[in-house]
Design a protein around this ligand. Structure first.
Ligand code: MN
Length: 249
């Protein structure tokens, strides 16, 4: 295994309002794999869906004796893994009446020494902080994002202020049909800090608030997940909060 020069830290929290945590997170520092999912569904179904997504993607990446070694293979692996997770959730929902209608978002990242590929469905996000500039690398599959894309509001925050519901997904895992997966890739630069997160963070904290918190990180990356979760709780903590960080050192 080459020296990846990558550090990871992560955390998940129920927040202040919800009775249970339906987010799920899987981080595998030795593999360079990060998975964050935000489940939807009654009873404990959302929890089942998000955990099934993390488990299926984890198993798909570790199924071969070697991990994907180039971007093309890695992107294909991530897309196939998300497709398999979509089917696994749908099949589980068909088999168990309590799980009917369950679904989940997912955002997957897989990094080698020099690059990161990512793939996602839903409104869980990936951000990159580079030179103190925060860029959202994923585009939400949500109603409010579509309203912004159609030009009704300049930003998500404007649409939110106007009262557009920010909880309606236009795409998620758990449907009968193949799911369309969006993906991308990044060249890694020393100092880059990547944040994978659920909407329990981004619904409670502005991008600028996230940027300032990421910029405040010192040597100890392990402190950052708790600080981001505290920030989301201070902002209301109305939803489950999950964050996973990857730093290129
Ligand atoms: Mn959520």
């Amino acid at each position: 295994m080459p020296d990846r020069r990558l550090e990871f830290a992560w955390g998940t929290d129920t927040g202040r309002l919800r009775a249970s945590n339906e987010d799920a997170v899987g981080v595998y520092p030795d593999s360079g794999l990060v998975i964050v999912a935000d489940g939807i569904g009654g009873a404990s179904a959302g929890e089942v869906a998000s955990q099934l997504a993390v488990q299926t993607v984890t198993e798909r990446f570790h199924a071969e004796s070697t991990l994907p070694s180039d971007r093309e293979d890695a992107l294909r692996c991530a897309q196939e893994a998300i497709g398999e997770a979509n089917r696994a959730i749908w099949e589980s929902a068909q088999a168990t009446p309590n799980y009917a209608g369950m679904g989940t978002t997912v955002v997957v990242g897989y990094a080698s020494a020099d690059w990161l590929i990512f793939a996602h469905v839903g409104d869980s996000r990936l951000y990159r902080l580079r030179n103190d500039e925060l860029v959202q690398l994923t585009r939400d599959h949500s109603l409010i994002q579509e309203v912004v894309d159609q030009g009704f509001f300049p930003t998500l925050e404007d649409a939110q202020r106007y009262g557009i519901n920010d909880n309606i997904l236009t795409r998620g895992l758990g449907g009968a049909d193949p799911v369309a997966v969006d993906s991308g890739e990044e060249d890694l630069v020393p100092g880059d800090l990547f944040l994978f997160c659920t909407d329990g963070l981004t619904g409670m904290v502005t991008d600028n608030g996230i940027r300032r918190m990421l910029m405040s990180v010192g040597e100890d990356l392990d402190l950052l997940p708790g600080s981001l979760i505290d920030l989301a709780c201070d902002g209301g903590g109305l939803d489950n909060i999950t964050v996973a960080l990857m730093r290129v050192s």
